[in-house]
Design a protein around this ligand. Structure first.
Ligand code: AMP
Length: 612
């Protein structure tokens, strides 16, 4: 274990909290120690040798000489690692696998290097979540967690190196499989159901185990909110079959994975007609409102990430979870695990993550303040990045402890695994400090935009506008389940298209699309979009009327399956808020059941001096 990773007993809440206090109180020293450790290990690598003359290094030399880079800059090095060429390209420690990120480069997932030691760092990170939850929620050791976790297939590079998503790597690791079965990490899902490659069988078996043990479950969750809601939907579609299995004490025939069958049978044991009746009664009710609370009555919270693009799921989660708190515990990526939420009880809109200073060396590129300028620049779709003109000067890059409250930054990391001053692509805003360690609200991924003319609409802008517009659906009892967007330039002028998947609030409600309501939704979105958009649309007429295309229920599941087939993992999947690929657009377009356009121009008034 490296010295920047303290060892302690994860069962000891006080010891864990003390470590967090020490880490955050000594953030500056730890950051310097981390950088020193990384550079002393790796100054002889081919990558760093190009910048550090004679292998000499100091923090200042590092900052002066080593460039801030994007994925495209390091891709040739990563490719050489994938091809098995020359060790010591970027890291003195062997790169043991490549982690496939949900961000893409030229249509392919980005590949992030990882080392054996990195697993210990991640394990430390996960262990740190336990004392924080225990501090706020009592009695978590008196039951189990129903976490729906999935893996996806791995691929081997030409040199035989494994390439897989970070969570697949973690769940398959000895660190996860041999995790101490202490009181706090007993899950209802047997490892064999999590490690089943068939995501449908995995989901079915995990839900079955979760239902059988429903009275022992104290918390439920998945990694991202979208995955949890997908499980709720799966349950809606399969509850009869699940109940039948519980009633008869047998597993249905289509569960063919022997590991899954065996693991489930060990839990199912005997027929339980009463339990099956109880569950079926809840599922057959008039509405699924509060279903999570009803099926798992002892659950104290739902643990899912609901920040960033996941925020749009909050209302749906609230609908299903029956008032259970939604807890976002961590902020992490394939490149590195970043930070944890030290106040897990807070409202989802107030979530901030405290970056743990021993995870990596963190630097921050200031980004123009949202209130003065748009954060987003360039055009991006599905994680393909492009352009950086929103950044203030790269000379203004600051260290972790020097960030300013209220300021927006792009995160830049130097890791133990061979990434040096790498731009993650996430925009964060500083909300405060815990001791010396800053806390950040996740704002958005860089450059996630829709653009037709000079307008630049970020994911956050779109979410706000959609959130506002969907209020207009309330009288018609329709719920917006999912949305994405697309800049349609097939006609002149181009226009924004939003794809909406709607669902009646109650199963018996009619599904009726009222043209005036839908047109008003289009207009409301436009009214909520930013100044430049409204100017282009109203004054310049360089943008056409915004369109909402309502798609059949289940369309976004097909979109997800498509994305997963293209390399996204089920755990890490996030609905793209903007689609560009022909395949994705076709999936959406062939399922359209109603098209509506804004029938009026959005409000716009010139602002003093308009230099645009
Ligand atoms: P991946 O590389 O596929 O693991 O995706 C990592 C990215 O997911 C991060 O860089 C963020 O953009 C996003 N992400 C991860 N955790 C969170 C979080 N807690 N809140 C918002 N976005 C997150």
């Amino acid at each position: 274990m490296q010295k920047t990773i303290p060892s302690y007993d994860p069962n000891d809440t006080d010891a864990g909290l003390k470590i967090l206090e020490d880490l955050t109180a000594n953030a500056e020293q730890i950051q310097q120690q981390v950088l020193h450790e990384i550079l002393s290990q790796n100054s002889g690598t081919e990558y760093l040798k190009a910048f550090l003359v004679d292998g000499r290094f100091s923090r200042q030399i590092f900052k002066n000489k080593v460039p801030v880079v994007n994925y495209e800059d390091i891709k040739p090095f990563i490719q050489r690692i994938a091809d098995g060429q020359s060790p010591d390209v970027i890291s003195s420690q062997p790169i043991t696998e490549l982690l496939t990120s949900s961000g893409t480069s030229e249509g392919q997932p980005k590949l992030m290097p990882s080392t054996a030691q990195e697993l210990d760092r991640k394990t430390f990170f996960y262990n740190m979540l336990v004392p924080v939850m225990n501090k706020y929620v009592e009695g978590l050791d008196e039951g189990k967690g129903m976490y729906l976790l999935f893996i996806k297939p791995e691929i081997k590079t030409s040199s035989g190196l494994m390439a897989r998503p970070v969570l697949t790597s973690y769940y398959k690791s000895q660190n996860f499989r041999n995790r101490p079965y202490n009181k706090y990490n007993i899950y209802t899902s047997p490892d064999d159901t999590i490690l089943c490659l068939d995501s449908k069988q995995s989901m079915y078996c995990q839900l079955l185990c979760g239902l059988i043990q429903r009275h022992e479950v104290l918390r439920v969750g998945a990694v991202f909110a979208s995955a949890f809601l997908r499980a709720v939907k799966f349950l809606e579609d399969h509850f009869k079959e699940l109940c039948s299995d519980i009633r008869t004490g047998s597993v249905c025939d289509w569960i063919t994975d022997s590991g899954c069958r065996k693991a489930v049978m060990a839990i199912l044991k005997d027929p339980s007609p009463e339990l099956a009746d109880e569950i079926e009664r809840e599922c057959k009710g008039e509405s699924w409102e509060g279903i999570v609370k009803r099926l798992w009555p002892r659950a104290k919270y739902v643990e899912v990430i609901v920040t960033g693009s996941m925020a749009q799921y909050i209302p749906t989660l609230e609908f299903y979870s029956g008032g259970l708190p939604l807890v976002s515990t961590m902020y992490a990526s394939s490149e590195c695990y970043f930070g944890i939420n030290l106040n897990p009880n807070c409202d989802p809109s107030d979530v901030s993550y405290t970056l743990l200073p021993n995870m990596a060396y963190f630097e921050f590129l200031p980004v123009a303040d949202k209130s003065h300028d748009e954060i987003s620049g360039g055009s991006q779709c599905n994680g393909v990045e492009n352009g950086d003109h929103n950044l203030e000067s790269k000379d203004q890059i600051v260290d972790l402890v020097d960030v300013q409250i209220g300021q927006y930054y792009e995160l830049v990391i130097t890791t133990f695994t061979g990434l040096y001053r790498y731009r993650v692509g996430d925009i964060l805003m500083v909300t405060g400090f815990h001791n010396k360690a800053p806390q950040f609200r996740f704002v958005q991924r860089r450059n996630v935009v829709l653009s037709i003319d000079t307008d630049k609409t970020s994911e956050e802008d779109l979410l706000k506008a959609v959130t506002q517009a969907k209020q207009l659906l309330q009288p018609s009892n329709l719920l917006l389940m999912e949305y994405t967007s697309y800049a349609d330039t097939s006609s002149i002028p181009g226009h924004y298209v939003l794809f909406w998947e709607l669902k009646p609030r109650y199963n018996d409600d009619p599904f009726e699309l009222k043209t005036p309501t839908m047109e008003e939704c289009c207009s409301e979105v436009e009214d909520c979009l930013d100044y430049v958009y409204r100017r282009c649309r109203n004054k310049d007429r360089s943008i056409g009327a915004l369109e909402i295309r309502v798609v059949r229920m289940g369309t976004f599941d097909v979109l997800m399956d498509h994305c997963v087939s293209q390399g996204s993992s089920v755990n890490q999947y996030k609905t793209p808020r903007c689609v560009k690929s022909q395949g994705a657009i076709e999936i959406l377009d062939t399922r359209v059941i109603g098209r509506f356009f804004s029938s009026r121009l959005p409000k716009w008034e010139p602002l003093g001096l308009d230099s645009n």
